[in-house]
Write a protein of this length. Structure first.
Lengths: 253, 294
């Protein structure tokens, strides 16, 4: 079976400052992989490199068996950025933002049809925002805006979801709604790659954790225990450690 | 109104109405991506085209379309590279454009009155051939902006997401840049290159004070643009004022009226909250039906 994502010896640098060095990562279908790490460790850069939003300095990224440079089936991927850009202040309704998620499937020229409207409605239901479709996104709470972005990704009916800190600064009701939406996506056979600072209610869904530290992957396997347990003298270290503990990694919860 | 029995007056009016519809339909994307002043910059570049056209005895409108399109593509490429020097590159282009225009117009036989006509619009300069150009290009822009709304909305709302959706982001950005250049130049006759940018931006700013979604903002902005263009030309014809200035001042007056009314409504609602839902004031909605066509 071809892996969904294959990163081989990837290196990324901004203005000659290396951010990622020789990173290799494979995600297979049905997995839920969490990329963990401190702020500035390079974890967001890793998923941005996977999506082609930052150019690779070296190495390669393969998506669904196709080299990223030649990959065109973007409807198979749903991307959820960290937050909604403010834009120039032109209002947009929740429904309009979520409808953007259909473009990868529909293309630029075809007008939206019934299948598009149904997919948008289903995505809004999945994140619990069906009653807010006609409200301006700017009037929503941070957590609801995050759910809007997740609905936008789900509306395209992707096979792979890539999420950048989906739960950062999100209220617990939205975190629960988000976890439920993710569970539904996984039940349908989806694959997930997410960057997180804290896992919260997502924790039981994660099948594998990758810890990025100083531009390299220093752990790939079971989800490490939170920092609170580290502080506990009875805590037994069962996971491989980085040379240096990623500072403040698990402190947030 | 008898004024519009003159053909040139009618041509100016029809041209202005097409631009009144097309300019906000394009401008909403520019506002959304924080490029509200780009039309102004491209207008400066277009002026060099006007000067070159006058000097070479070619149609100033067509040469201006070429110059502005070229300038718009350069601006978009500079913007897409996202370097900090982009700001300076734009400044060079803008001031180079207006200086070149003034110099070339000066070198040609054209009078300073005709320079003024290009800068601020004129009621008598729209020829029949100009009107055809305005109608054809204006309709092309209008159709493109409406038909590509989902894609253009996605690109302007969240460019990275649009890239991950596999949209042709660069092509869509270039389309917006070229559409801006074309709109600026076809508006040159009636509104003038220095004021057309206001017609792209001000109706959008007015509409978004009261609308909730992108689509409704676009519709309201187009209605407001149509009103400002039509009423502005009528005022210019009646009171013998510069048409560009009249159109823009009307657009800004609509903005102020809507701002005051919404602020007043909000205050009223706060004031009467315990009593129940406030009684809506008999507020004039986007007054598109007030266009006086004579």
């Amino acid at each position: 079976m071809t892996p969904v994502i294959q990163v081989a010896h990837a290196a990324v640098g901004y203005d000659s400052r290396p951010v990622l060095r020789d990173v290799s990562l494979t995600v297979t279908a049905g997995e839920v992989v969490a990329v963990l790490g401190a702020n500035g460790s390079g974890k967001s850069t890793l998923i941005r490199a996977v999506l082609g939003l930052v150019p690779l300095g070296a190495g390669s990224v393969t998506l669904f068996g196709t080299p990223q440079r030649r990959f065109r089936q973007w409807h198979r991927i749903g991307y959820v950025p960290q937050r909604l850009g403010a834009g120039g202040g032109v209002p947009a309704t929740v429904g309009e933002v979520v409808a953007s998620g259909r473009l990868a499937r529909r293309g630029v020229l075809r007008p939206p049809g019934r299948a598009d409207r149904e997919a948008v409605a289903a995505a809004l239901r999945a994140v619990g925002l069906a009653d807010r479709a006609d409200d301006p996104v700017a009037t929503l709470s941070g957590g609801q805006q995050q759910r809007t972005l997740i609905a936008r990704a789900l509306a395209g009916q992707p096979e792979l979801l890539v999420l950048d800190e989906p739960t950062a600064g999100v209220d617990s009701a939205s975190q629960e709604a988000f976890a439920a939406a993710l569970r539904g996506f996984l039940d349908g056979g989806g694959t997930v790659l997410l960057v997180a600072h804290e896992l919260g209610p997502l924790r039981p869904l994660i099948s594998r954790a990758v810890v990025v530290h100083q531009g390299g992957i220093c752990h790939d396997g079971a989800v490490p225990e939170p920092a609170g347990h580290h502080a506990d003298p009875d805590h037994e270290h069962v996971h491989p450690h980085c040379d240096e503990e990623p500072a403040g990694l698990w402190r947030s919860i | 109104m008898d004024l519009f029995q003159y053909d040139f007056m009618l041509r100016a009016l029809v041209g202005a109405l097409v631009i009144g519809l097309a300019a906000p339909a394009l401008g909403i994307y520019l506002v959304q991506r924080r490029l509200a002043l780009i039309g102004d910059g491209i207008g400066h570049v277009a002026l060099t085209g006007v000067g070159a056209g006058l000097l070479l005895n070619r149609s100033p409108v067509l040469v201006a379309v070429l110059a502005a399109t070229l300038g718009a593509i350069v601006i978009e490429l500079v913007r897409a590279r996202g370097r900090t020097s982009g700001d300076l590159a734009l400044a060079l282009l803008f001031y180079g454009g207006i200086a070149g225009g003034v110099m070339l117009v000066g070198l040609s036989d054209a009078s300073s009155a005709s320079l003024n006509a290009y800068l601020f619009g004129s009621l008598i300069t729209t020829s029949a051939a100009d009107l055809v150009t305005i109608l054809v290009l204006g309709l092309v822009i209008l159709v493109a902006m409406l038909a590509l709304r989902p894609a253009l909305f996605a690109v302007c709302h969240d460019e990275e997401y649009a890239r991950v959706s596999g949209l042709p982001v660069r092509a869509l950005n270039l389309l917006l840049a070229v559409a801006t250049a074309v709109t600026v130049t076809i508006a040159m006759r009636a509104v003038g290159v220095l004021l057309i940018s206001a017609l792209m931006v001000v109706p959008v700013a007015t509409a978004q004070q009261v609308t909730r979604g992108f689509r409704s903002t676009m519709a309201a902005a187009m209605a407001l643009g149509l009103f400002a263009a039509g009423a502005g030309i009528w005022v210019a014809a009646t009171a013998d004022t510069a048409p560009g200035a009249s159109v823009v001042l009307l657009a800004i007056a609509s903005f102020l009226v809507v701002a005051l009314v919404t602020a007043g409504r909000r205050a009223l609602r706060r004031w009467s909250r315990p009593v129940g839902p406030p009684v809506a004031e008999p507020v004039a909605d986007p007054p598109e039906h007030e266009v006086v066509l004579g």
